[in-house]
Ligand binder design. Structure first.
Ligand code: GFB
Length: 316
């Protein structure tokens, strides 16, 4: 099989390349696309790429996204760019006879109010997403809808939507302004410890999150390439158990432990974003009953060690 992977050089893409390399898979041909190879917002560019490669499976990792503060200031561009690239991918699957499309959604695109927790995939369109990332959220919901409509149009097309909670891992974006919470705090903690100054934590620490180590998501993606599924259109929330949901303040303490540095304070003038988006592992275990998530303690230790060791070359 020919398997095309978009966004292959970001947090998820770099981890997925590692999983493929370690799998020893020699019978399938993987094509790892970067934004240099193809501007996915450009329809002609995408069609030319699909015409050249003629993929059987597409793993669509590419998206323009950041942490809550980056999303808040980029809602318009994120909506426009992500909607363009998402529709180009779905229509290229239609034009070039792709058999399976694996989309990566996110629990942050679910409704922020009037939802029954833990989040379940059937509730995705039941209300407005949180304002902080409404642009990104609707671009992903459009991807979800376009993919579903294509399964009804084309008999030989399957879509698998994987919806992780907050992702983190080694090849993340550690930029102090645009990053997600874990890489942002790791970078800030590193700087503050070196300068022996207090660490300012954005927000109140009262919001709640569940974290998925990116290698776990990529092991799941890899298994869904080959998994026989009866429906043409499935959606699976990828989350550790509900009991793994923690306050941001607890996450802060875990990262302090990694650096043995506890000099911090909260700046509540910063938004907390969504208060919570509690999810469960029930949907995933229906397909992969044996799957085990990496603990936050182990994932954080590996990520901090990677960051400190590669400080001068990581994305920041
Ligand atoms: O990871 P994060 O930016 O995204 O923020 P979301 C998580 C929580 O961490 C928020 C707090 O409550 C922030 O107030 N926080 C504390 C920080 N310190 C920091 C910091 O230094 N940086 C950041 N970024 N947050 C994401 C979306 O929303 O949900 C993603 O932005 C993705 O695109 C993900 O979809 C699932 O969890 O609020």
């Amino acid at each position: 099989m020919k398997i095309l992977v978009t966004g292959a050089y970001g947090l998820v893409g770099k981890s997925f390349q590692k999983i493929v390399k370690n799998s020893g898979n020699v019978q399938d041909e993987f094509f790892f696309l970067s934004r240099v190879d193809c501007d996915l917002r450009n329809t002609e560019d995408v069609y030319n790429t699909f015409e050249t490669i003629k993929p059987d499976v597409v793993i669509h990792l590419a998206s323009c996204v950041g942490g809550v503060y980056e999303n808040m200031i980029n809602n318009y561009n994120y909506f426009l760019d992500n909607t363009r690239l998402n529709l180009n991918i779905v229509d290229a699957c239609n034009k070039f006879g792709v058999k399976r499309l694996i989309n990566i959604l996110s629990t942050c695109i679910f409704p922020d109010k009037g939802i029954v927790y833990p989040l379940t995939s059937d509730q995705l369109h039941n209300g407005l997403p949180h304002d902080s990332n409404i642009g990104y959220a609707y671009s992903k919901r459009i991807l979800h809808l376009a993919s579903k409509l294509l399964t009804k149009k084309s008999r030989n097309f399957q879509v698998i939507n994987l919806t992780p909670t907050n992702l983190y891992g080694c090849d993340d974006n550690y930029n102090l302004e645009s990053s997600h919470v874990i890489p942002g705090l790791i970078h800030k903690m590193y700087n503050c410890k070196n300068e022996n100054i207090p660490l300012k934590i954005n927000g109140s620490g009262a919001s709640m999150r569940q974290f998925v180590y990116v290698d776990d998501l990529c092991r799941i993606i890899y298994r869904f390439i080959y998994l026989e599924v009866s429906d043409d259109n499935i959606s699976v929330v990828v989350s550790p158990p509900v009991e793994d949901e923690i306050f941001i303040s607890e996450l802060v303490n875990e990262i302090c432990k990694c650096f043995d540095y506890y000099n911090f304070y909260y700046d509540s003038t910063f938004s907390d974003g969504q208060l919570k988006k509690t999810a469960s592992c029930d949907e995933l275990l229906r397909y992969l009953p044996d799957f085990k998530f990496t603990s936050l303690e182990i994932g954080l230790k590996e990520t901090v060690e990677f960051f400190v060791k590669n400080y001068y070359s990581v994305r920041k």
